[in-house]
Each structure stands twice: as structure tokens, then as C-alpha cells.
Design a protein around this ligand. Structure first.
Ligand code: ABU
Length: 397
């Protein structure tokens, strides 16, 4: 059996764990080891739809996304890799019932300096010709939003971190967290019995987090919520169009690089949960039927539409659909989990927030209140909820 020592041990080599590793190294802390039970970004990272938008009803999340927009825009300069970011813009369209929260959210975002504005039907028709717009009452447009690839971003964070000196071990499963006599988390034991001792263990293991933290007395309410994604070929390649959050139809639509459309669900009224290690990786018939109906309505002139494929991922959701980022009640254990579908867009800020907090206890991220993401908010009954929620759309914005 071997025993290794590191200052920071990051459990989970997905997008968030690698973003944290890069931010630590970027701030000069390279005594960092990332362990991943499989290969990097092999968990739910590759299932992300990669939407980049700042549209939130919570200022900290909006500000974190805005920070992400800047990093994604400069990805080639910073990482030598564009993270496949396409700055095609992002639009939220709402029906009459959601005009008031839309205005309130846009005003809040504008107050944070985010580039977002209300646009009318004419402008929307120019941005996406052929889209059926009658049931929309208002739109908000973020010209700097768009879409990237979470897998590519995670790998770029990982490569940049390694260049700066961070160590990464794949095929390395943590079986349990180690505690000292005083209860402090002091490292991890690996399958096979090797141990890693660390000053701080950062768990960024998505839906696999509770199984690691519960045994050391830190229950984490994170569940894997099924997210079904369907790909549609319109019969001709879709031209470059903005990502659309369709809050009238409760779906979202992104153009794939090959011109197909990726359609996801924004109706979280009846969430389904899965075992993230054992699930059927395709959309079910009723979801496909619903998406055919919704897309037939939204794009009535598709020349020869067909479903080309589908897949399933999982959001690691918390009770308020917002992440837990911060120290746990047990010393030595820090949590970055429960990203609830926001993980890609905020990942650069998550990296910085975690690095700032573990190195200094506070953050220099502008307009971000770290207390918003504290572990204790659930026990306190002080959930992080949208200030201006949308009817029917749950807490995803
Ligand atoms: N993961 C949610 C994708 C949709 C959105 O961000 O609007």
C-alpha cells in the first residue's frame, strides 16, 4: 500500500473538479491532486447541453455566468483551445404569464452590467426566421451568450492545470474519506487500499457526492434528475441561430455544429430520478412525442423533419436547484456539488470561487455572495430561490 500527501485533493475529474484545479494553479497553488474513478469528464460532463447564458433570477448566479462568458470568449487566448464556444446569442421567450418576471430579471442583470436587452417580435424573427412567435409575449436577448462543449472545456481546464503542475490520476476510485481522531477529514482511501492525505479534500463528484460524504457525517441532498435530450434534423441544416429558452413551450433548443437541433425539457413539474450508474441512455417515447409536438408548433415549416437520436444525462439537483459551494460542517472537507443544470455556464466562476474560498476564505468575484451557496441553507430553511421565478419553469433560471 502506498500513501501520498497533497495540500488539496479534488475528488472528481469532471468539468467542475478540473475548473477548480485550474483556478487553484492559476492562483499559484499547484500542490493539487485530482482523482477520477474513470476517465476525465466521463461522468455527466459530456451530457451537458453546454448552454451559456446569464439569465437567472439570482444575482450571484447571473454574475457567475457573466464571468463565464468572459472566460469562454477568451478561451483560445487563455487555454489555446476554444472550448467549442459558439457565440450565437441566447434568447428567452415568454408568454403573457411571465412578462413581469422577465422584465424584472433583465433589469436585475442590467444592474450587474450584463449585456442583455428586451427585443421585439421583429428582431426575434430576424434572429431566427421561420420560428412561430405568436404565443410569445416578450423576449430577452443576450448577444454574448451561446453554446460550448462541456467535455472540451473540462479537458482544456485539465490540460492547463497539468501544465501548471497539478497532478491528475484517472481510474482512481475513492472508496472512503479518511477522518482523524477529532473528526477532521484528512484524506481519502482508494480502491486497493492506497491512501492520499490532504489538508483539504474538495468533493466535486456530482450525483456521486452523497455516498462519499454521508459516512463522515455530512449528508448532502443531491439527486440525479433525469434529463432527456433529443436531436432533430429539420431536413436541411439549421443556419446559425441563438440558443432559445422557450418558456412558452417549456423547452430549450440549440443548434448543433452539424446543423441539427438539440431539444431539451424546461418543464420540471414532475422530475424523475435515476441511478447515475445504471440508466437507459435514450429518451422515452412520451418525451419524444412531446418534443415532436412542441417543435412542430415552434418550427412549422421544417422541410423534412426527423429525430436522429436521443440521449439521457442527469442533473445533480439540490432541493433548491442551486449548487452547494463551500466548506462542509466537518473541517477539512469542502463541497462543490449539486450544480442542478447550471454547471457548464458557471464552471469558470466555480473554479475561481472555490480557489478563492479555500485560499483566502472570501472571493473577489464581482457581485457574487458566497453565502448564497452555503451547505447550511437547507437546514436553516433559507433556500436560494429566484427573486423573479417563471410560472411553470421551476427554479432552472
Ligand atoms: N442545463 C440546462 C440547459 C438549459 C439552460 O441552461 O437554459
Amino acid at each position: 500500500m502506498t500513501s501520498t500527501t497533497t495540500r488539496f485533493l479534488i475528488v472528481g475529474g469532471g468539468l467542475e473538479g478540473l475548473a477548480i484545479a485550474w483556478s487553484l494553479a492559476d492562483q499559484g497553488e499547484t500542490d493539487v491532486l485530482v482523482v477520477e474513478r474513470d476517465t476525465l469528464c466521463s461522468g455527466m460532463t459530456g451530457k451537458s447541453s453546454g448552454v451559456v447564458r446569464c439569465h437567472y433570477g439570482n444575482p450571484s448566479l447571473a454574475a457567475m455566468s457573466w464571468y463565464g462568458v468572459d472566460i469562454f470568449t477568451r478561451a483560445t487566448e487563455l487555454f489555446g483551445d476554444d472550448m467549442a464556444f459558439q457565440q450565437c446569442g441566447y434568447v428567452v421567450g415568454v408568454g403573457e404569464n411571465n412578462v413581469a418576471p422577465l422584465h424584472a430579471n433583465v433589469e436585475m442583470m442590467q444592474g450587474l452590467g450584463i449585456d442583455v436587452s428586451m427585443i421585439g417580435h421583429e428582431t426575434m424573427a430576424e434572429l431566427w426566421p421561420g420560428l412561430h412567435l405568436e404565443d410569445f409575449a416578450a423576449f430577452a436577448y443576450e448577444p454574448l451568450g451561446g453554446r460550448g462543449e462541456a467535455y472540451m472545456a473540462g479537458m482544456a481546464f485539465g490540460a492547463a492545470a497539468r501544465k501548471l503542475g497539478v497532478k491528475v490520476r484517472q481510474s482512481t476510485t475513492v472508496t472512503k474519506l479518511l477522518q482523524g481522531a477529532d473528526g477532521r477529514v484528512v484524506g481519502a482511501e482508494l480502491a486497493g487500499g492506497d491512501t492520499i492525505h490532504a489538508d483539504t479534500v474538495i468533493v466535486a463528484a456530482g450525483p456521486w457526492t452523497p455516498a462519499l460524504t454521508e459516512p463522515v457525517g455530512v449528508p448532502v441532498d443531491v439527486r440525479a434528475q433525469r434529463a432527456q435530450l433529443v436531436l432533430i434534423d429539420q431536413g436541411e441544416p439549421t443556419p446559425v441561430v441563438p440558443v432559445l429558452s422557450d418558456l412558452a413551450g417549456l423547452s430549450y433548443v440549440c443548434r448543433e455544429p452539424n446543423g441539427e437541433l438539440l431539444v431539451g425539457n424546461s418543464d420540471h413539474a414532475a422530475p424523475q430520478y435515476i441511478d447515475p450508474d445504471n440508466y437507459i441512455n435514450r429518451a422515452d417515447e412520451s418525451t419524444i412525442d412531446k418534443i415532436i409536438m412542441k417543435m412542430g408548433h415552434r418550427l412549422p415549416d421544417m422541410p423534412d423533419p426527423r429525430i436522429t437520436s436521443s440521449y439521457v444525462g442527469a442533473y445533480d439537483v439540490t432541493p433548491d436547484y442551486n449548487p452547494i459551494i463551500g466548506p462542509s460542517p466537518v473541517d477539512g472537507l469542502f463541497l462543490a456539488t449539486g450544480f442542478s443544470g447550471h454547471g457548464f455556464k458557471i464552471s469558470p466562476a466555480v473554479g475561481k470561487l472555490v480557489a478563492d474560498l479555500v485560499l483566502t476564505g472570501d472571493t473577489t468575484l464581482k457581485n457574487v455572495d458566497p453565502r448564497d451557496f452555503r451547505y447550511s441553507r437547507f437546514a436553516e430553511g433559507d433556500l436560494l430561490l429566484s427573486l423573479n421565478p417563471y410560472v411553470g419553469a421551476g427554479e432552472m433560471r
